[in-house]
Design a protein. Structure first.
Length: 311
Protein backbone atom coordinates (compact mmCIF):
# COMPACT_ATOMS: atom_id res chain seq x y z
CA UNK A 1 0.00 0.00 0.00
CA UNK A 2 1.19 3.52 -0.73
CA UNK A 3 1.90 6.06 2.00
CA UNK A 4 -0.35 8.65 0.36
CA UNK A 5 -2.12 9.77 3.52
CA UNK A 6 -1.45 13.43 2.83
CA UNK A 7 -3.17 13.02 -0.53
CA UNK A 8 -6.51 11.19 -0.18
CA UNK A 9 -6.93 10.99 -3.92
CA UNK A 10 -3.73 8.96 -4.29
CA UNK A 11 -4.56 6.77 -1.32
CA UNK A 12 -7.25 4.95 -3.23
CA UNK A 13 -4.92 3.36 -5.75
CA UNK A 14 -3.73 -0.19 -5.20
CA UNK A 15 -4.55 -0.05 -1.48
CA UNK A 16 -5.34 -3.73 -1.07
CA UNK A 17 -2.56 -4.97 -3.32
CA UNK A 18 -0.94 -7.60 -1.13
CA UNK A 19 2.03 -8.75 -3.21
CA UNK A 20 5.21 -6.87 -3.92
CA UNK A 21 7.82 -7.70 -6.56
CA UNK A 22 9.79 -10.79 -5.62
CA UNK A 23 13.53 -10.34 -5.04
CA UNK A 24 14.49 -13.75 -6.41
CA UNK A 25 13.55 -15.73 -9.50
CA UNK A 26 9.84 -16.37 -9.78
CA UNK A 27 8.11 -19.19 -11.57
CA UNK A 28 4.64 -18.66 -13.03
CA UNK A 29 3.76 -22.02 -11.46
CA UNK A 30 4.62 -20.84 -7.94
CA UNK A 31 1.56 -20.67 -5.73
CA UNK A 32 2.37 -17.08 -4.74
CA UNK A 33 2.39 -16.05 -8.41
CA UNK A 34 -0.77 -17.99 -9.19
CA UNK A 35 -2.51 -16.25 -6.29
CA UNK A 36 -1.26 -12.82 -7.30
CA UNK A 37 -2.37 -13.20 -10.90
CA UNK A 38 -5.53 -15.14 -10.10
CA UNK A 39 -6.91 -12.62 -7.59
CA UNK A 40 -6.12 -9.35 -9.41
CA UNK A 41 -9.74 -8.75 -10.35
CA UNK A 42 -10.87 -9.46 -6.80
CA UNK A 43 -8.23 -7.01 -5.53
CA UNK A 44 -9.65 -4.31 -7.78
CA UNK A 45 -13.24 -4.92 -6.72
CA UNK A 46 -12.36 -5.01 -3.02
CA UNK A 47 -10.42 -1.76 -3.07
CA UNK A 48 -13.28 -0.05 -4.91
CA UNK A 49 -16.02 -0.89 -2.43
CA UNK A 50 -17.55 2.26 -0.99
CA UNK A 51 -16.64 1.33 2.57
CA UNK A 52 -12.93 0.98 1.74
CA UNK A 53 -12.86 4.19 -0.32
CA UNK A 54 -14.56 6.16 2.46
CA UNK A 55 -12.24 4.63 5.05
CA UNK A 56 -9.14 5.65 3.11
CA UNK A 57 -10.41 9.22 2.85
CA UNK A 58 -10.83 9.32 6.61
CA UNK A 59 -14.62 9.31 6.36
CA UNK A 60 -15.32 6.65 8.96
CA UNK A 61 -17.38 7.06 12.12
CA UNK A 62 -16.13 5.44 15.28
CA UNK A 63 -19.31 3.36 15.65
CA UNK A 64 -18.74 1.89 12.19
CA UNK A 65 -15.06 1.27 12.88
CA UNK A 66 -16.05 -0.58 16.05
CA UNK A 67 -18.42 -2.81 14.07
CA UNK A 68 -15.65 -3.52 11.56
CA UNK A 69 -13.41 -4.54 14.47
CA UNK A 70 -16.15 -6.86 15.73
CA UNK A 71 -16.36 -8.51 12.30
CA UNK A 72 -12.59 -9.00 12.27
CA UNK A 73 -12.66 -10.54 15.74
CA UNK A 74 -15.13 -13.24 14.72
CA UNK A 75 -13.30 -13.84 11.43
CA UNK A 76 -9.88 -14.27 13.01
CA UNK A 77 -11.24 -16.33 15.88
CA UNK A 78 -12.54 -18.84 13.31
CA UNK A 79 -9.41 -18.69 11.15
CA UNK A 80 -6.99 -19.17 14.01
CA UNK A 81 -9.07 -21.93 15.57
CA UNK A 82 -8.83 -23.87 12.29
CA UNK A 83 -5.15 -23.05 11.89
CA UNK A 84 -4.50 -24.43 15.39
CA UNK A 85 -6.46 -27.53 14.44
CA UNK A 86 -4.26 -28.05 11.34
CA UNK A 87 -0.90 -26.88 12.70
CA UNK A 88 0.60 -30.35 12.15
CA UNK A 89 -1.14 -31.03 8.85
CA UNK A 90 1.48 -31.09 6.05
CA UNK A 91 -0.84 -29.19 3.70
CA UNK A 92 -0.70 -26.17 6.05
CA UNK A 93 1.93 -26.65 8.79
CA UNK A 94 4.65 -24.62 7.01
CA UNK A 95 2.44 -21.51 7.22
CA UNK A 96 1.70 -21.79 10.93
CA UNK A 97 3.13 -18.63 12.56
CA UNK A 98 1.01 -18.07 15.68
CA UNK A 99 3.52 -15.84 17.50
CA UNK A 100 4.11 -13.60 14.51
CA UNK A 101 0.66 -13.45 12.92
CA UNK A 102 -2.28 -14.37 15.13
CA UNK A 103 -4.64 -11.44 15.61
CA UNK A 104 -7.38 -12.69 17.94
CA UNK A 105 -5.80 -11.41 21.15
CA UNK A 106 -4.94 -8.05 19.59
CA UNK A 107 -8.54 -7.67 18.46
CA UNK A 108 -9.75 -8.55 21.95
CA UNK A 109 -7.66 -5.63 23.28
CA UNK A 110 -9.21 -3.30 20.71
CA UNK A 111 -12.73 -4.39 21.62
CA UNK A 112 -12.00 -3.92 25.32
CA UNK A 113 -10.82 -0.39 24.53
CA UNK A 114 -13.95 0.45 22.53
CA UNK A 115 -16.63 -1.41 24.49
CA UNK A 116 -15.20 -1.77 28.01
CA UNK A 117 -14.51 -4.75 30.25
CA UNK A 118 -17.80 -6.45 29.34
CA UNK A 119 -17.17 -6.20 25.59
CA UNK A 120 -18.02 -9.86 24.98
CA UNK A 121 -21.58 -9.22 26.12
CA UNK A 122 -21.97 -6.24 23.81
CA UNK A 123 -20.92 -7.70 20.47
CA UNK A 124 -22.52 -10.15 18.07
CA UNK A 125 -21.59 -11.71 14.77
CA UNK A 126 -23.31 -10.07 11.79
CA UNK A 127 -24.98 -12.04 9.01
CA UNK A 128 -22.26 -11.42 6.42
CA UNK A 129 -19.50 -12.18 8.91
CA UNK A 130 -21.22 -15.40 9.98
CA UNK A 131 -21.21 -16.64 6.39
CA UNK A 132 -17.47 -15.96 6.21
CA UNK A 133 -16.91 -17.71 9.55
CA UNK A 134 -18.95 -20.75 8.47
CA UNK A 135 -16.87 -21.11 5.31
CA UNK A 136 -13.60 -20.94 7.25
CA UNK A 137 -14.77 -23.65 9.65
CA UNK A 138 -15.92 -25.83 6.76
CA UNK A 139 -12.54 -25.49 5.04
CA UNK A 140 -10.55 -26.14 8.21
CA UNK A 141 -12.50 -29.28 9.00
CA UNK A 142 -13.04 -30.74 5.53
CA UNK A 143 -10.55 -29.17 3.06
CA UNK A 144 -7.61 -27.94 5.18
CA UNK A 145 -5.41 -27.34 2.13
CA UNK A 146 -7.70 -24.42 1.30
CA UNK A 147 -6.83 -22.72 4.59
CA UNK A 148 -3.79 -21.43 2.70
CA UNK A 149 -6.11 -19.18 0.68
CA UNK A 150 -7.74 -17.63 3.74
CA UNK A 151 -4.48 -17.14 5.62
CA UNK A 152 -2.84 -15.57 2.55
CA UNK A 153 -5.76 -13.23 1.90
CA UNK A 154 -5.95 -11.97 5.46
CA UNK A 155 -2.41 -11.86 6.83
CA UNK A 156 -0.59 -10.64 3.73
CA UNK A 157 -3.14 -7.86 3.51
CA UNK A 158 -2.69 -6.98 7.19
CA UNK A 159 1.07 -6.67 6.72
CA UNK A 160 0.65 -4.54 3.57
CA UNK A 161 -2.46 -2.41 3.15
CA UNK A 162 -3.43 -2.77 6.79
CA UNK A 163 -0.56 -0.52 7.80
CA UNK A 164 -2.04 2.39 5.86
CA UNK A 165 -5.50 1.73 7.30
CA UNK A 166 -3.93 1.86 10.76
CA UNK A 167 -2.63 5.39 10.17
CA UNK A 168 -5.89 6.56 8.60
CA UNK A 169 -7.95 5.22 11.52
CA UNK A 170 -5.62 6.70 14.11
CA UNK A 171 -5.83 10.12 12.50
CA UNK A 172 -9.51 10.16 11.51
CA UNK A 173 -10.79 8.81 14.84
CA UNK A 174 -8.26 10.72 16.96
CA UNK A 175 -7.09 7.53 18.62
CA UNK A 176 -4.24 7.61 21.17
CA UNK A 177 -0.65 7.66 19.95
CA UNK A 178 -0.13 4.63 22.21
CA UNK A 179 -2.00 2.64 19.52
CA UNK A 180 -4.97 1.73 21.68
CA UNK A 181 -7.90 0.70 19.49
CA UNK A 182 -5.64 -0.31 16.59
CA UNK A 183 -3.66 -3.19 18.11
CA UNK A 184 -5.00 -5.34 15.28
CA UNK A 185 -2.56 -3.61 12.94
CA UNK A 186 0.45 -3.90 15.28
CA UNK A 187 2.77 -6.89 14.71
CA UNK A 188 5.21 -6.69 17.59
CA UNK A 189 6.91 -9.95 16.71
CA UNK A 190 7.69 -9.05 13.10
CA UNK A 191 10.66 -6.70 12.85
CA UNK A 192 10.67 -6.46 9.05
CA UNK A 193 7.33 -6.96 7.32
CA UNK A 194 8.84 -7.14 3.83
CA UNK A 195 11.28 -9.90 4.77
CA UNK A 196 8.58 -11.83 6.59
CA UNK A 197 6.28 -11.70 3.57
CA UNK A 198 9.10 -13.03 1.41
CA UNK A 199 9.60 -15.89 3.88
CA UNK A 200 5.86 -16.58 3.91
CA UNK A 201 5.65 -16.71 0.12
CA UNK A 202 8.69 -19.00 -0.03
CA UNK A 203 7.06 -21.36 2.46
CA UNK A 204 3.86 -21.24 0.46
CA UNK A 205 5.68 -22.07 -2.78
CA UNK A 206 7.41 -25.01 -1.10
CA UNK A 207 4.15 -26.73 -0.17
CA UNK A 208 3.81 -30.10 -1.89
CA UNK A 209 0.68 -29.37 -3.92
CA UNK A 210 -0.42 -30.56 -7.33
CA UNK A 211 -1.73 -28.25 -10.04
CA UNK A 212 -5.38 -29.00 -9.29
CA UNK A 213 -4.96 -28.16 -5.61
CA UNK A 214 -3.20 -24.89 -6.45
CA UNK A 215 -6.09 -23.93 -8.72
CA UNK A 216 -8.57 -24.72 -5.95
CA UNK A 217 -6.58 -22.53 -3.56
CA UNK A 218 -6.73 -19.62 -6.01
CA UNK A 219 -10.48 -20.15 -6.39
CA UNK A 220 -10.85 -20.18 -2.60
CA UNK A 221 -8.84 -16.97 -2.29
CA UNK A 222 -11.31 -15.29 -4.63
CA UNK A 223 -14.13 -16.58 -2.43
CA UNK A 224 -12.36 -15.08 0.58
CA UNK A 225 -12.27 -11.72 -1.17
CA UNK A 226 -15.98 -12.00 -1.91
CA UNK A 227 -16.72 -12.72 1.74
CA UNK A 228 -14.72 -9.66 2.71
CA UNK A 229 -16.58 -7.53 0.17
CA UNK A 230 -19.91 -8.73 1.55
CA UNK A 231 -18.81 -7.59 5.00
CA UNK A 232 -17.75 -4.23 3.53
CA UNK A 233 -21.12 -3.84 1.81
CA UNK A 234 -22.91 -4.71 5.04
CA UNK A 235 -20.93 -2.05 6.90
CA UNK A 236 -21.60 0.46 4.14
CA UNK A 237 -25.35 -0.12 4.47
CA UNK A 238 -25.14 0.40 8.21
CA UNK A 239 -23.24 3.61 7.62
CA UNK A 240 -25.91 4.85 5.22
CA UNK A 241 -28.70 3.97 7.65
CA UNK A 242 -26.97 6.00 10.36
CA UNK A 243 -26.83 8.97 7.98
CA UNK A 244 -30.51 8.54 7.08
CA UNK A 245 -31.47 8.48 10.76
CA UNK A 246 -29.64 11.77 11.24
CA UNK A 247 -31.52 13.36 8.32
CA UNK A 248 -34.91 11.99 9.36
CA UNK A 249 -34.58 12.98 12.99
CA UNK A 250 -32.79 16.25 12.45
CA UNK A 251 -30.09 15.38 14.98
CA UNK A 252 -26.45 14.49 14.45
CA UNK A 253 -25.32 10.90 14.34
CA UNK A 254 -23.62 9.73 17.52
CA UNK A 255 -19.86 10.26 17.16
CA UNK A 256 -18.90 7.11 19.00
CA UNK A 257 -17.59 8.89 22.10
CA UNK A 258 -18.88 7.60 25.39
CA UNK A 259 -21.78 5.28 26.04
CA UNK A 260 -24.28 5.34 23.17
CA UNK A 261 -27.07 4.60 25.66
CA UNK A 262 -26.39 7.95 27.35
CA UNK A 263 -26.76 9.91 24.13
CA UNK A 264 -30.21 11.59 24.27
CA UNK A 265 -30.85 11.24 20.54
CA UNK A 266 -30.11 7.52 20.49
CA UNK A 267 -31.93 6.95 23.75
CA UNK A 268 -35.01 8.51 22.18
CA UNK A 269 -34.59 6.40 19.02
CA UNK A 270 -34.14 3.23 21.02
CA UNK A 271 -36.94 4.00 23.42
CA UNK A 272 -34.62 3.90 26.42
CA UNK A 273 -34.84 7.51 27.56
CA UNK A 274 -37.08 7.81 30.54
CA UNK A 275 -39.91 10.35 30.85
CA UNK A 276 -37.77 12.34 33.25
CA UNK A 277 -35.14 13.07 30.61
CA UNK A 278 -35.38 16.83 29.73
CA UNK A 279 -34.18 16.25 26.19
CA UNK A 280 -36.71 13.51 25.61
CA UNK A 281 -39.51 15.69 27.00
CA UNK A 282 -38.51 18.69 24.89
CA UNK A 283 -38.32 16.63 21.70
CA UNK A 284 -41.67 15.03 22.39
CA UNK A 285 -43.32 18.41 23.11
CA UNK A 286 -41.85 20.01 19.99
CA UNK A 287 -43.40 17.26 17.85
CA UNK A 288 -46.94 18.14 18.91
CA UNK A 289 -48.87 19.92 16.10
CA UNK A 290 -50.34 22.58 18.42
CA UNK A 291 -46.95 23.44 19.85
CA UNK A 292 -45.48 23.65 16.37
CA UNK A 293 -48.29 26.05 15.35
CA UNK A 294 -47.66 28.28 18.37
CA UNK A 295 -43.93 28.30 17.70
CA UNK A 296 -44.53 29.23 14.06
CA UNK A 297 -46.81 32.09 15.12
CA UNK A 298 -44.20 33.37 17.56
CA UNK A 299 -41.53 33.29 14.88
CA UNK A 300 -43.78 35.19 12.46
CA UNK A 301 -44.58 37.80 15.13
CA UNK A 302 -40.91 38.26 15.98
CA UNK A 303 -40.04 38.65 12.29
CA UNK A 304 -42.75 41.29 11.82
CA UNK A 305 -41.56 43.23 14.84
CA UNK A 306 -37.98 43.15 13.61
CA UNK A 307 -39.03 44.42 10.17
CA UNK A 308 -41.05 47.27 11.72
CA UNK A 309 -38.12 48.25 13.92
CA UNK A 310 -35.70 48.37 10.98
CA UNK A 311 -38.10 50.62 9.03
Amino acid sequence: MPSALESPEGAEEDILHYEEIEDGPVSPLDLSELLKEGTKESHDRAENTQFVKDFLKGRIKKELFKLATVALYFTYSALEEEMDRNKDNPVFAALYFPTELHRREALAKDLKYFYGEDWKEKIQCSEATQQYVDRIHHVGQHEPELLVAHAYTRYMGDLSGGQVLKKVAQRALKLPSTEEGIQFYVFDNISNAQQFKQLYRARMNALDLDKNTKERIVEEANKAFRFNMQVFDELDKIGRSLAEEAQDGGFPVHDGKGDIRKCPYYADRLGTAGPGCPFHAAVGLARQPLVQLVLAACVALAAGAAAWYLL
